[in-house]
Each structure stands twice: as structure tokens, then as C-alpha cells.
Design a binder for this molecule. Sequence first.
Ligand code: MG
Ligand code: ZN
Length: 224
Amino acid sequence: MNENVLKVEEGEMLEVEVQEDLLEANKRLAEANKKIFDKHGVKVIDVMGSIGSGKTSLIEEIVKKVKDKYKIAMIAGDVTTRIDADRVSRHGVQTLQINTGKECHLDALMIKKALTKLDLKNLNLIFIENVGNLICPADFPLGAHERLVVVSVTEGPYTIQKHPYIFMDANVIAINKIDLAEAMNINVEELIKDAKKINFNCEVVVTSAKTGEGIEKLIKALKI
Ligand code: MG
Ligand code: ZN
């Protein structure tokens, strides 16, 4: 152990109890959200990943391929803008923006409120684009059926190893911008190995929103 590392011990954080209650409450709300989705026969996908990993582009590519089959909505979490929601709404998708302000993740209560603004009876697929962040969205399930984590080769070789929790919670991992792997000198096989080491049961799909590589596989992995 490096002596120059200060490790935060468990229980040391002042608000640890408050935090646990918060996570428990979130979990209950997430379960209630899921019941609402199931009641309306709506499949929901929580899309997580860093800023710039390509979450919106992948959603757009999936939407282009499945929009004749599903009535789709997108809930976009963003700190201040609605750029991503506007990009996806071009494809005829009903979009709802949640501006989280200083919050760096979406939580189940925000989704519960968002649902009152969507016409669930006329929908059967919802994408939730989470706030660009690889840390806390892991702790805040929203009630989605699939949790997709997008990681781009432009984020370097250690992103998966450094953020085990979010990858542990994923059902599907997309290693994106694969067209740039060579230029970035990234060994994709190593990234796949890292993902499988953390989450053996997870589906790992290699994608490029730019070339279309892997989009069909991703659709299959998400069971849509
Ligand atoms: Mg985006
Ligand atoms: Zn956060």
C-alpha cells in the first residue's frame, strides 16, 4: 500500500446514515417505477456512461433501426441543457428533458415525476439517458429493465478497471467509438477482458455509432 494514499474508512463520512436511507428510499421508488413500466408494457433502458462516451449517438442509431417497431420516448438527464433530447427528438421520438442542476445523476424520484408527463399508454420503449458520469448513477437504480453502460475507447485503457461499480451493475456494456481504437492505440480485447472480469454475466458489445458496427448486436443484447 502506498503510504501517500489517504484511504477514507467506512463510516468515516459524516452523512453515511443519511446516505444509506437515501439509497434505500431510491431503491423502493425504483421498484415502484418498474411496476408502472410493466403495467403499461413499456421496456425501459437506463443508458449510463461518461460525458462524450457516445450515449446519445448510440440511442440515435438504435432508434433509427427500431422506430417502426416501437413507440419510443427518451428521458434525457442533463445538468443544464437539452441538446441531447433535441438530437433524439429529430427522429420522431417523444423527449423529456430533466435538468438536474448540480445533481450528477438521475434518481428514481425524478423518473417517477417524469412519468407523469409521458403518455405511457402510447409507448412501449423508453430510453433514459443518465447524466454523464461513471460513479453515482451506479447507486441509483431507476427501475429500468436494462442498464447499459457505454464506454468509449477515447477514454483510455483503464476506464473499466477504475469504475468497477457501475460496470458491475450493468446488464450490457458497449465499448464504443471502435473506429478510433487503432488511432487511440487501444487494445479492445483487453477492455472486453476487463469488463468480463468485473461482470462475467454481462453482454459486452463493440460498437461504433459512426460506422454502424455492432448496432444490431447491441439491439439484440438489449432484447429489443
Ligand atoms: Mg449525451
Ligand atoms: Zn451523482
